[in-house]
Design a protein around this ligand. Sequence first.
Ligand code: GDP
Ligand code: MN
Length: 396
Amino acid sequence: MNLHEYQGKEILSSFGVAIQRGVVAQTPEEAVVAARKLTEETGTSWHVIKAQVHAGGRGKGGGVKLAKSLEEVEKLSGQIIGMNLITPQTSAEGKKVHQVLIAEDVYYPGDNEPEEYYMSVLLNRATGKNMIMYSTEGGMDIEAVAEKTPHLIFTEEIDPTQGLLPFQARKVAFNLGLSGQAFKEMTKFVTALYKAYTEADASLFEINPVLKTSDDKVIAVDAKVTLDDNALFRHKDYAYMRDLREENPIEVEAKEAGLNYVDLDGNVGCMVNGAGLAMATMDLIKQAGGEPANFLDVGGTADAERVETAFKLILKDPNVKAILVNIFGGIVRCDRVAQGIVDAYKNMGTINVPIIVRLQGTNADIAKELIDNSGLDVQSAIEFQEAADKVQAVLS
Ligand code: GDP
Ligand code: MN
């Protein structure tokens, strides 16, 4: 589950990470109230208006603006709320902005220049360890840094059974070239950030920039957070943070129906039981010259109702040119699945794309007969290769 910046900052703050403070607003009027409140609480005279959408690069797309008066807060909020924000991380259509974060200005002048760093915590799947990636070259161009000067990005690996050790936090602060008060602030920041990452069961915390203010405070100015869906059951207090407006509508519907569906860019829809078989089926589609339009695991109970829901979901994707059903009948009998497919097809009336059904396992031959005698425009297959050939044939 992806979070908005303001939600990520809320979690960070609850674990003791210093943040740029802000208040979320849905309208320009609310934005002005929020700005007044922030000025009372923090003494800030300027405010930053930040579009809240699930995409980075907002600054580049005009979704982050500095307001130097309450009139500007109102005007800029009015411009950003409702806009279609296009950033390097959104699709070409962009993302509609429903709300803004009104934040205190933390780039105020002082003894030193403010400095921007990059920091993220994530899982290194290759080593099975967590890692902190960080760089002195924070700000809006970290992707370019990663590409052109990768040696400027440091990584610190953390054994999850030991947690972040104090010397590791100090090493991060040292590599960022800090000393004195800022050094202490940074070790505190890193320690609290790692705690937030593990205790919230996140798979990503990306803070870009981490800011060293002109008076040597270290704070999170941005927060891109992904929580691990598999651990959400033990974070009921975060459930309300889900913003369905930001998610793929077909995926949301699938989740409600208890199906495991991931939308992809291809042209062959697939319906499979079991994640491993789904992966293999996607490979098979690629081999046959197609591209999978989705990942869909219907799970163990492939009855008529579930099959119908799955068909409907797949057909909502206008790119789908064919559907491959690949079901292994282990616990569930193939003939029952076949009956489910036939019933679902009949219930739906016409389906305008060719369907190839491969059923293997218990009662596979009875299932094939059922499909073949149904009088429907559905092709059956028993072998994997046979199914692949039939997919290839309908695509060419
Ligand atoms: P992103 O573009 O989506 O990554 O959004 P960020 O939250 O990182 O903000 C983009 C940029 O806005 C930052 O890199 C800063 O340069 C700038 N910015 C953010 N907060 C402030 C602030 O308080 N004052 C000023 N002057 N600039 C800010
Ligand atoms: Mn950022």
